[in-house]
Design a protein around this ligand. Structure first.
Ligand code: HEC
Length: 348
């Protein structure tokens, strides 16, 4: 991989020296670093996953446009015209949406997010140019939505449970969904089906109006979902990293949601905008759960490195380990943590 730019430079220099054809050399430079065959699954999907799927998926399809399935990505949404025309990048409306148009100072999409980088644009353009082929492996297709809910042959492993603060509802993590039950056992209220197949944690907000879900597609993406419990609708789907997210918790004021990732980091996002508000990289292994102090000014995180760490929220700085220092006292990692709802000792 590292050699590619050098080879490209040699090729460019050679074409100038050998043919004097500067147009050709410009084209070579333009495609420098691009794979010869651009794969949807390997190259294009991660771009859309990171920057588009949050607003263009079955549970949240802005402009009635779903991009998590290639046939729908090509077909388009409310505009009723094909968004991608195979072999015809210039006819493909999608590319107009992600490039700056005359009179504008930024591309229209992704709304409220960083535009695609020049390299990402080249990849998407080349994928369309090469025929917009869908090479998604069968087992990685997004199959489930409200209209096509998961079916259970046997009861799934339940990774997380939470009561709503008023005790009326129980959220149960399932496969690809969180099931909301009446807590008195009288039946199911709703199935909240999102992109993540593995749900690791579901938590009601302090006022019970929203539900934060941490999960992902193992080895492919992490995701934090925020649902409106009353409307049973997905308010936010934030892609976070490239592996499952764990341990979602609300700050006491309901503004932020913290979580842990297998990249050894503890993070928090603004629950309205999805913007990252905290990042602490001091763990040595996967971070599996988080807990806020009563006042919301400190965060404790635990993980597979057998430590519980205290972070000051305002500075995003690790203060110290709060785990026992007795060597070998803890084996097998720390999976979960919770704090007393009211008691506030020293820093807690
Ligand atoms: C924060 C939400 C948000 C994100 C992220 C986002 N979009 Fe959109 N998108 C919208 C909304 C809202 C509309 C409908 C209104 C409009 O056209 O502006 C839309 C419409 C579109 C349409 C028009 C579909 C049709 O048939 O009319 C395309 C194409 C599109 N988006 C592409 C993208 C791409 C590509 C990305 C990622 C690079 C992206 N969007 C990211 C919110 C978003």
């Amino acid at each position: 991989m590292k050699r590619a730019p050098i080879i490209a430079k040699i090729a460019t220099a050679c074409s100038i020296l050998c043919t004097g054809n500067t147009a050709l050399s410009a084209e070579n430079a333009n495609n420098a670093g691009l794979p010869e065959v651009v794969s949807y699954y390997e190259h294009v999907r991660p771009i859309f996953q990171g920057k588009c799927h949050g607003c263009h998926q079955p549970a949240r399809s802005k402009g009635e446009y779903v991009m998590t399935d290639v046939a729908q990505l090509i077909a388009g949404g409310e505009s009723d015209m094909p968004v991608v025309v195979a072999h015809e990048p210039t006819e493909s409306y999608l590319l107009d949406m992600v490039t700056v148009q005359p009179g504008d100072d930024r591309p229209e999409m992704p709304e409220k997010d960083e535009p695609l980088t020049p390299y990402e644009l080249k990849l998407v353009t080349a994928w369309i140019d090469q025929g917009a082929i869908d090479d998604t492996p069968e087992n990685a297709r997004q199959r489930f939505s409200k209209d096509n809910p998961p079916q259970y042959a046997v009861a799934p492993v339940i990774t997380s449970l939470d009561f709503s603060p008023d005790g009326a509802l129980l959220a149960v993590a399932g496969f690809h969904e969180v099931l909301l039950h009446h807590a008195d056992g009288s039946g199911l209220v709703a199935r909240l089906i999102g992109l993540s197949e593995r749900i690791e944690s579901a938590r009601f907000s302090p006022d019970g109006k929203r539900l934060a879900v941490a999960g992902g597609l193992p080895g492919r993406m992490g995701e934090i979902q925020i649902w409106d419990v009353g409307k049973q609708s997905l308010i936010l789907s934030k892609p976070v990293g490239y592996d499952t997210a764990y341990g979602a918790r609300w700050s006491p004021d309901g503004k932020y949601v913290s979580y842990g990732l297998p990249d050894n980091t503890v993070r928090a996002i603004d629950a309205e905008t999805g913007e990252q508000s905290l990042f602490m990289g001091g763990h040595n292994d996967w971070v599996l759960d988080t807990a806020w102090s009563v006042k919301g000014d400190h965060l404790v995180s635990v993980g597979r490195d057998m430590s519980a760490k205290l972070t000051r929220v305002e500075t995003e700085r690790l203060i110290d380990n709060i785990t026992s220092i007795t060597p070998g006292a803890l084996k097998g990692g720390l999976n979960a943590i919770d704090r007393h709802p009211l008691r506030c000792r020293t820093i807690f």
